[in-house]
Design a protein around this ligand. Sequence first.
Ligand SMILES: Nc1ncnc2c1ncn2[C@@H]1O[C@H](COP(=O)(O)OP(=O)(O)OP(=O)(O)O)[C@@H](O)[C@H]1O
Ligand SMILES: [Mg+2]
Length: 361
Amino acid sequence: MTSTDIELVKLSKNYGSTPIVRAIDLTVPQGEFVSILGPSGCGKTTTLNMIAGFTAPTSGQIRVRGVDQNGVPPEKRRVGLVFQNYALFPHMTVKQNVGFGLRMQGKNQADIDAQVKKALHSVHLDGFEDRYPKELSGGQQQRTALARAIAPRPSLLLLDEPLSNLDLKLREAMRIELKDVQRELGITFVYVTHDQEEAMAMSDRIVVMQESVIAQVGTPSELYSTPRSTFVADFIGKSNIFAVTPTRAEAGIHHIEISGTGLELLAASPEPDQTEIAYCSIRPEAARWIEGRSRPDRPLNILPVEINKIVNLGAYLEVWCRHQSDTVIKSLISAARGAHLKPGVNIELTIEPAAIKLLSK
Ligand SMILES: Nc1ncnc2c1ncn2[C@@H]1O[C@H](COP(=O)(O)OP(=O)(O)OP(=O)(O)O)[C@@H](O)[C@H]1O
Ligand SMILES: [Mg+2]
C-alpha cells in the first residue's frame, strides 16, 4: 500500500492583505510525480517555498509523512530542490558540485564518493566527474543540478520550472529523463510549471492552479477528458469553448443552444444541473469531419460548415469551420486525410453528444 508523503491542509499565504495562496488541500502519496500547473503569478512558487520551509504559511498545515512541518527549518526537511536558475558552483567540478550537500551533512569521503557516483549514474553523467560547469552543455548542467539534488537521497524533491532555461528539443528530452529518474528512484516529485505539455507528459497527477486556488486535480487524461471549468478546458490542451443556453433535457440528453446563434446541439453529460449549464467545451478532435459514406447511424449533431481557415500543424490540420449561425468550430483533421481541403470548401462535421462537455459558470 502506498503511504501519504505530503499533506497540505487549508494551506494559505497572504502578503499584507493580499491572499497569494488560499486554503489549498492536497494529498500526495509516496512516489508520485505531481505537477502544480498554472499561469504566471497564480501562487505555484509560493506553495513550493512553503513546502520547502523558505516561506512560512499564514495559516494551514503542511505534513510530511504525518509530521507537522511547522517550525521545522528547511535543512531539516529532507527535501531536495531544483530551481530554474540551478546555479552550479562555477569553481567546482561536477563531482564537487554533486557532493556539496553531502559534505554539508558531514558525511565521510567514502560515502560521499559512493553517493555522488550513484547520483551521476542516475542522470547518465558517468565519466563527467572532473569537468567544470562551463565545460558542460545546458542539458548536462541541468542534469548535474538534478544529481546534486538527489545525491543526499531526499524522500521528496521539489522542482520549480527546472527546464525553462533549455531550448525546446532539450526540454523534451529532459522531460523523459526526469520522469525515468523519478520512477527509478521512487522519490516523490512536486514539479512546478506553467507549461501544460510538460505537465501532461510527466505527471501522474496535475494540480491546476488559478489565481491562488486549486481549480482542479486529476490525472492528465482526467483533466483532458473531463475539465470542470472553462479555465481548465482552455489551459489543458485546446478546446472550442462556447457560452450556451440550455433549452431542455430528456433521458440524460441536454439540448443546448450556442447562445445567440440559434445553433442547437445535443450533449450527453451527467453534470452540471440543467440550471447551472453556462458553457460547453468541445475538443477539436471531437469535431469530426464526415464524408458522405461515413455518416454515423444516429444522425446527431451534424453540422454543415464552410472552411474558413486551415492551420497546418504538421501531422494534423486545425481546420476552422463556420456554421451558417456564424459559430466557428475548430476541427482537427489528419494532414493526409485533409490534404485536398481548402478555405471555401463545404464539409460536414459531427460531434458525439458525449464529447460535448457542459460546464457551469
Ligand atoms: N515576497 C513577496 N512579497 C509580496 N508578494 C509576493 C512575494 N512573493 C510572491 N509574491 C506575489 O505572489 C504572487 C504569486 O507569486 P508566485 O511566485 O507564487 O507565482 P508563480 O505561480 O510561481 O508564477 P510564475 O509562473 O511567474 O513563476 C505574485 O503576484 C507575486 O507578485
Ligand atoms: Mg514561479
